[in-house]
Design a protein around this ligand. Structure first.
Ligand SMILES: [Cu+2]
Length: 121
């Protein structure tokens, strides 16, 4: 390697690293933009002792809102303790934002036969 080549290498290498860092940084910016764009919401309606839809599939970051459309109080409680609503009277709502992918079974603690699942992907 000539002296000049070594100088170029010494100059170019840090420049390449700087460019790589810039490139590595931009997907993060895009990801946070995507997060904002995908501030998605989804709804589960509790009607006639049924969670509808029974299985709801949503992207990560989705806020799911349960609404009790029954004349009877219900709850929405994660089987694995991830979320827990208070007792929802008629037309009351409960929301939870799913930040991790996974399968989240839940049920109504007042009527344990009422079950549903949120699939986050
Ligand atoms: Cu219930």
């Amino acid at each position: 390697m000539t002296k000049q080549n070594m100088w170029v290498a010494g100059f170019v290498a840090p420049l390449m690293i700087a460019i790589l860092l810039l490139c590595a940084g931009s997907p993060n910016v895009m990801a946070s933009n995507n997060d904002k764009a995908s501030a998605a919401t989804a709804a589960v309606k509790i009607d006639n002792f049924v969670f509808g839809p029974q299985t709801l599939t949503v992207p990560v970051g989705t806020t799911v809102t349960w609404t009790n459309s029954d004349d009877i109080p219900h709850t929405s409680v994660s089987t694995e303790g991830v979320f827990k609503s208070k007792v929802l009277d008629t037309d009351e709502k409960f929301s939870y934002t799913f930040t991790k992918a996974g399968t989240y079974p839940y049920y109504c603690t007042i009527h344990p036969k009422m079950t549903g699942t949120v699939v986050v992907q």
